[in-house]
Structure formats: structure tokens, C-alpha cells
Design a protein around this ligand. Structure first.
Ligand SMILES: Cc1cc2nc3c(=O)[nH]c(=O)nc-3n(C[C@H](O)[C@H](O)[C@H](O)COP(=O)(O)OP(=O)(O)OC[C@H]3O[C@@H](n4cnc5c(N)ncnc54)[C@H](O)[C@@H]3O)c2cc1C
Length: 393
């Protein structure tokens, strides 16, 4: 039976980047397993009717990290893509994040001009203001705007998406979609915004295409680990599941994705339309835009957020909040005792709300700061051992 230097659990961004680094930089053998029947984790896409369909919801690559961009560019070329999101507010489609154009579209002209001016004067043009910060403003016009945006854009969406009110989530979550004092209608403003030209799955195939890497799909960690001879583990699944929920379960949010082909309609005008107030779903995305094929037949994916239940659906989102910080810390403390033998990383392994570039950056940093030095230490130890043998011989 073969012996592996590393067992990596999860073939998403975190697991695949670490496998590539360990194999190519340390020349060590890696077995990557995933309980799903495909690589690429939540970024998985597959061709259908000329589109690249994102099975787990729209995935737009965006980053300010030149390092991550340069690293991933070795495994893919890119198609520039600027994601646009509209929100259905008071019966109109307005840009999300809520910005100066949204104000101009929703309020009577003189009132809209005054609100825009007050916002620019208070925060400066181009600034992003978290909604909870805007709500704390004393100025009566800003308070009016803040209450309007809170009630019409944030409150209902957050309740549907998280099952919680904005105030009960970690501020980092609500700050992800700020009020934007700008007329830039793009959803992201990062320096690099693009889609892998041949899709994410093709990018992952290239990441994992190394003679020292073996991939086994439909393989559950708990079933496989006892039979797989390996020295060290990287675990990118849920950290509480690894420890058999010894401290209690961490909360996650799941989503049900519903797909519809719309041969007889024009589809959506942009990549995604949000519904903060109406219906049970949060948003609909049109895969034509994500695939760069606005001429193709629309393929709509609707997202219904739902509670996560082990064995029933997927833990897509950790729910960072002050209420779970202690529980998470207990798991992280136990995890630290395994350092050197088992490493936890990724959106589920770190229990952190990472975007793809952040998962990639975290994997690169883990490799450089912990894994590569460990291997160098191992080599040094081997050499010392060899020298001792030589002396004693
Ligand atoms: C609906 C949605 C939309 C998103 N949109 C964007 C976006 O537009 N832009 C962006 O940058 N990010 C987006 N993200 C976030 C992105 O998906 C994550 O940043 C990224 O997938 C994290 O990679 P990961 O490797 O840490 O985790 P994952 O991709 O979740 O990979 C973990 C893998 O581990 C496997 N696994 C877990 N437990 C076990 C086990 N016990 N045994 C075997 N295998 C196991 C899982 O099957 C999974 O394949 C989105 C996420 C969701 C849910």
C-alpha cells in the first residue's frame, strides 16, 4: 500500500493550492480527497448549452492581491468580467451596492440631489460606508437615508440570507455590502476582476496536474483516513466536524439552488438581481452574463437560503458573530495542539467568510510560514540523523 507525505481533505481552492505548492516546491507526495464527485469545491463549473454553469451559485473572481493574481495566472488565462447587481427596491431595479445612482433612481430629483450632496460632504466621494455606521449618524437627512436603505435594502435581505438581523452578525459581514458614495455601478472595485477563460474546473485541473498529486473523489475523510498511510494532514472541511462536534456544533447557513432555462424570455439585464423584500429567495443570477455569452439562451439560478442540517445540505457559509466566537476559539485551541501533524485552513477549516482570493492567499501563507519550514526542518533533521549515523559508523 502506498504511503503519502500528505493527505489533503478537500479539493477546493485551499486544498488544491496547498497540494500544488507541496508537490511542486517540496517534491512531496500528496493524496487529495473530496467527498464530492468533482474537484474545485464550491467554485465548480461545468459546460452546458455553450455556458459554463456555476453549480454552487455565481462565483466572480476579484482581488487586489497581485500575488494571488500572478500565482493563479500560471494556471489560467482570464476573461475580464465586471459583475453588476441590481436590487428590486420600491418596484425599481437600482444598483447594488446602493450608491448615488440608486438614490437618483429612487427619489424625486431635488431631494435626491440634496441627499447625494449631504453624503458626499459627510463621507467624501468614492468612500464606502457600512450601513450600521450610516445609521449612527446624527444628521436628520442622513438618518432618513440610512433608515430607508436599512429597511429596503439590508434588513429583509439579511433576514433571508442569514436568518438573523444585521445587528446580530459580525460587523465584517454587513460591511461586505456597504453604501457606496460613488456612481460606479460595479459590484466590486478590485484591481483584478475576471473569470478563468476556460472556467474554474479547468483551472483546478491544471493546479492538480502534477505527478506527485493523486486525487480521489467521492471519498469521505472519516472513512478513508484509517486506511490511508500518511504523515501529515491538511483539513479544509468543517473544523467542528473534524472533532466530532466535541464542543458543540458551529452554525452554518446553507442554500437551495433552483435552476430554470428561460428560452422565451430575455433573461436578466445583468449578472444578478437581488430581492431584498419580496419572495423567499434572495437573488437570481443569469449564467449567460457570467459566461460572457449575453446572446445565449438565459439560464437562471435562484438562491433560497435555508438552515444547515448535517447530512442533509451543504455548510456553505460560516456565520461569524460574537455569539459563536467562544465556541470557535475552543476548536481553534484544540486544533493548535495538533500543529505540525494536522493543519486546518479554508472557509470551513478556519471557519472564516473567505472569498476565493482570500482562501488562495491563506493557503499560500500557510505553505510559506508553516509547511515549507516544517519540511525544511524535516530535511535538516534527516541530515543531522545521517551525520550522526556517519559519525557513529
Ligand atoms: C453561493 C456562494 C457564492 C460565492 N461567490 C463568490 C464570489 O463571487 N467570489 C468569491 O471570491 N468567492 C465566492 N464564494 C466563496 C468561495 O466559494 C470560497 O471562498 C471558496 O470556495 C473557499 O475554498 P475552500 O477550499 O476553503 O472551500 P470549499 O470550496 O468549500 O472546498 C472544501 C471542500 O472540502 C470538501 N470536504 C469537506 N469536508 C470533507 C470531508 N470530511 N471529507 C472529504 N471532503 C470534504 C468539500 O466537499 C469541498 O469540496 C461564494 C460562496 C458561495 C457559497
Amino acid at each position: 500500500m502506498p504511503r503519502w507525505d500528505w493527505l489533503i481533505v478537500g479539493a477546493g481552492f485551499t486544498g488544491a493550492v496547498l497540494a500544488e505548492r507541496i508537490a511542486s516546491q517540496l517534491d512531496q507526495s500528496v493524496l487529495v480527497i473530496d467527498r464530492r464527485g468533482h474537484i474545485a469545491g464550491n467554485a465548480y463549473d461545468s459546460p452546458e448549452n455553450g455556458l459554463l454553469v456555476h453549480r454552487y451559485g455565481p462565483h466572480i473572481f476579484h482581488t487586489n492581491s497581485e500575488r494571488v493574481w500572478t500565482y493563479l495566472s500560471r494556471f489560467t488565462t482570464w476573461r475580464p468580467y465586471f459583475h453588476h447587481v441590481l436590487g428590486m427596491v420600491d418596484g425599481r431595479h437600482v444598483p447594488i451596492p446602493f450608491n448615488l445612482n440608486s438614490i437618483l433612481a429612487l427619489f424625486p430629483p431635488r431631494m435626491a440631489d440634496r441627499l447625494c450632496e449631504t453624503l458626499v460632504d459627510r463621507f467624501g466621494f468614492g468612500q464606502k460606508v457600512p450601513i450600521l455606521k450610516l445609521r449612527a449618524e446624527a444628521d436628520s437627512e442622513l438618518r432618513f437615508l440610512a433608515d430607508y436603505v436599512y429597511a429596503n435594502v439590508f434588513e429583509g435581505y439579511t433576514l433571508k440570507q442569514w436568518g438573523m438581523r444585521p445587528e446580530d452578525l459580525a460587523p465584517s459581514v454587513t460591511a461586505r455590502v456597504p453604501v457606496f458614495v460613488s456612481r460606479d455601478d460595479r459590484y466590486f472595485q478590485d484591481r483584478y476582476q475576471a473569470m478563468p477563460r476556460d472556467g474554474y474546473t479547468a483551472l483546478f485541473k491544471r493546479l492538480l496536474d502534477h505527478p506527485r498529486i493523486t486525487v480521489e473523489l467521492n471519498t469521505e475523510y472519516k472513512d478513508a483516513a484509517p486506511a490511508v498511510r500518511h504523515d501529515r494532514t491538511v483539513f479544509t472541511g468543517p473544523i467542528d466536524e473534524f472533532f466530532d462536534f466535541a464542543e458543540g456544533p458551529l452554525p452554518y447557513r446553507s442554500i437551495r439552488f433552483e435552476r430554470r432555462r428561460e428560452a422565451r424570455t430575455d433573461g436578466l439585464p445583468v449578472g444578478t438581481v437581488n430581492y431584498p423584500n419580496e419572495f423567499d429567495f434572495t437573488r437570481i443570477s443569469d449564467q449567460r452574463h457570467l459566461s460572457g455569452r449575453p446572446d445565449a439562451e438565459p439560464l437562471l439560478i435562484t438562491e433560497y437560503p435555508e438552515p444547515y442540517t448535517l447530512g442533509v445540505n451543504e455548510p456553505y457559509y460560516p456565520i461569524p458573530s460574537t455569539a459563536t466566537a467562544d465556541l470557535l476559539n475552543r476548536y481553534l485551541t484544540t486544533a493548535a495542539t495538533l500543529e505540525g501533524r494536522v493543519f486546518f485552513a479554508g472557509r470551513l477549516g478556519d471557519y472564516a467568510y473567505y472569498n476565493m482570493d482570500q482562501a488562495c492567499a491563506r493557503a499560500l501563507a500557510l505553505f510559506e510560514k508553516r509547511i515549507a519550514p516544517l519540511a525544511a526542518g524535516g530535511l535538516a533533521a534527516c541530515q543531522t540523523e545521517r551525520n550522526l549515523i556517519a559519525f557513529s559508523g
